[in-house]
Ligand binder design. Structure first.
Ligand SMILES: Cc1cc2nc3c(=O)[nH]c(=O)nc-3n(C[C@H](O)[C@H](O)[C@H](O)COP(=O)(O)OP(=O)(O)OC[C@H]3O[C@@H](n4cnc5c(N)ncnc54)[C@H](O)[C@@H]3O)c2cc1C
Length: 494
């Protein structure tokens, strides 16, 4: 193996795989280092007990919480990263998300560029991830160059009925933009895809789209089970000189021309802190954000939910304002179907008969509100351990969002609505820990995701996001990676 590739990409999740897809056609020698392995295609992959009770797809890694207590984070290390289990909702940030916005909990700052700068990269990301959608239904959707590559995934009959009930209650449900080939997914089993691992069976994720495109070029290759442990800078500290990883008990060092770090917002921050790199601003590991998110179960004994996948529409009525000209509250979208085994695994005290009854007569939602960047919300190293000091923000907005949705569901004929806030052990939408910006004094990366401190270092994962908005992050991670890809191509060409 050559020890001097043109580009080393660390991590094969959304940011790493999308960048690889962008760079591979240049013919550059690209090495992707991925600490995990491919999720095997064995029959029980979609068994809810394996996923929710036995956490079979999680690593045994632990992080420390703010009290120093170890916990097992819901963070997945495998080829394709967290996207292998994701809900495949591929939203664009709204145009207003790029501008300063006042929230109940404070200001969400402006990005260093407007929506229009990222729009062509969103178009390209939607093409790469074959997004299904219909943006005409959602007035908050920013302008697109053309329609989605495929029509929206259809509502199942039970959900079409819920949509009508919500419309009657005054809401405006709109199709979720989704990266899933429904027929292929269902031909492998009668399950939803949200939270279920994709064994290359119809989900459009980092492995099946980004990596597949990259690895179709002979000049791109991937090493799995290759965990990067350290990076070093050249003596003048201007450039990254080497990347060291461990694989099958061996320690290997490579000396690429360009390094792109895409290990996920927590691991990227940890690696930079451990290596003592890219941190002249002191912002590495700071501004950790993770959406304030609540699962909601709306119960109506007369309603019969025979849906399989459920996750097809969302409500953005309170995204830009609270409905009374007050500050924004967030997005509410359908969850993947919460089947009895999931209810039982997440609430062990619930008798199975009750879980079955509840699941049969309920519809499940996921409410998301923006978490604002706070320098004291941090990923730090505590000895060799990662410690997460998440300081939630903007909870008043989130509580109001949940309250508004509960009121609407009651108007729509669901007399009982249960809700549960996701806690800090589920960092699904982690971001912000190496944020991009204009000012090297306060940001880690420039607007092309290049380190202000090291010319040949890029960070192309969710760490780069300066704000979390209130929509799912992956498409924005992909769009930023494609933008960084253009900057790297210019550098390779010169
Ligand atoms: C259950 C679940 C559902 C979700 N649903 C959605 C959704 O519907 N829509 C959406 O937009 N987002 C969703 N997300 C979030 C989404 O998956 C992440 O935002 C996205 O994957 C982030 O991309 P990334 O490149 O930052 O990190 P990841 O995709 O996590 O990739 C990081 C990669 O780096 C590897 N890695 C880490 N450390 C090292 C190391 N030291 N050396 C080598 N490799 C390393 C990891 O194994 C991983 O493959 C969901 C997440 C979860 C967990």
């Amino acid at each position: 193996m050559r020890r001097t590739p043109d580009v080393v990409i660390i991590g094969s999740g959304m940011g790493g795989a999308t960048l690889a897809a962008s760079l591979a056609p240049t013919g550059a020698d690209i090495l992707i280092l991925e600490r995990g392995h491919q999720i095997p295609d064995d029959a029980p992959a979609r068994d809810p007990d394996r996923i929710y009770r036995n956490s079979a797809f999680r690593s045994d890694e632990t992080w420390l919480d703010e009290t120093g207590k170890p916990f097992s984070p819901g963070n997945y290390y495998n080829v394709g990263g967290n996207t292998k289990l994701y809900g495949a909702v591929l939203y664009r940030y709204r145009r207003q998300d790029f501008q300063a916005m006042e929230h109940l909990g404070g200001i969400s700052p402006a990005w260093p560029f407007p929506y229009e700068t990222l729009a062509p990269y969103y178009d390209a990301a939607e093409a790469l991830y074959q997004v299904r959608g219909d943006f005409t239904e959602d007035p908050t959707e920013p302008p697109h160059a053309g329609p989605y590559p495929y029509p929206a995934v259809p509502d199942e009959p039970a959900l079409a009925a819920v949509r009508r009930r919500l419309e009657k209650a005054g809401l405006h449900p709109a199709a979720l933009p989704l990266g899933v080939d429904l027929d292929r997914w269902l031909s492998h089993g009668n399950d939803g895809w949200d939270g279920y691992p994709d064994t290359r069976s119809g989900k459009m994720d980092a492995e099946t789209c980004g990596l597949a495109a990259a690895l179709s070029h002979n000049n791109a290759r991937m090493e799995t089970g290759a965990r990067v442990t350290h990076m070093t800078a050249a003596p003048d500290r201007g450039r990254i000189a080497s990347v060291t990883y461990e694989q099958a008990g061996e320690t290997v060092t490579v000396t690429p021309k360009i390094v792109a770090l895409a290990a996920g917002a927590v691991q990227t921050a940890a690696l930079l802190l451990k290596s003592g790199l890219a941190n002249s601003s002191g912002a590495v590991g700071r501004h950790f954000m993770n959406h304030n998110a609540t699962a909601m179960i709306a119960y109506d004994p007369r309603f019969h939910n025979d849906a399989v996948y459920q996750k097809t529409f969302a409500i953005n009525d309170w995204y830009l304002a609270d409905g009374d000209n007050g500050p924004p509250l967030g997005n509410v979208q359908l969850l993947g179907r919460v089947v009895p085994k999931i209810l039982k695994a997440t609430t062990p005290s619930m008798p199975m008969a009750l879980a079955t009854h509840l699941s049969r007569h309920s519809v499940d939602f996921y409410a998301i509100s923006e978490d604002l960047p706070d320098p004291e919300s941090r990923v730090v190293l505590n000895g060799n351990d990662i410690q997460l000091l998440w300081r939630r923000s903007n909870m008043e907005a989130h509580n109001r969002l949940v309250k508004r949705m509960k009121q609407a569901l009651r108007r729509a004929g669901f007399p009982v609505v249960l809700s549960r806030l996701f806690d800090g052990r589920v960092p699904s939408h982690q971001c912000g820990t190496a944020r991009l910006g204009d000012d090297p004094a306060t940001a880690v990366l420039d607007p092309d995701c290049r380190s202000f401190d090291h010319d040949n270092l890029y960070v192309t994962d969710a760490s780069a996001l300066p704000t979390s908005a209130a929509v799912n992050p992956s498409l924005t991670v992909a769009a930023l990676a494609l933008k960084a890809g253009d900057a790297i191509k210019r550098e390779l060409a010169s």
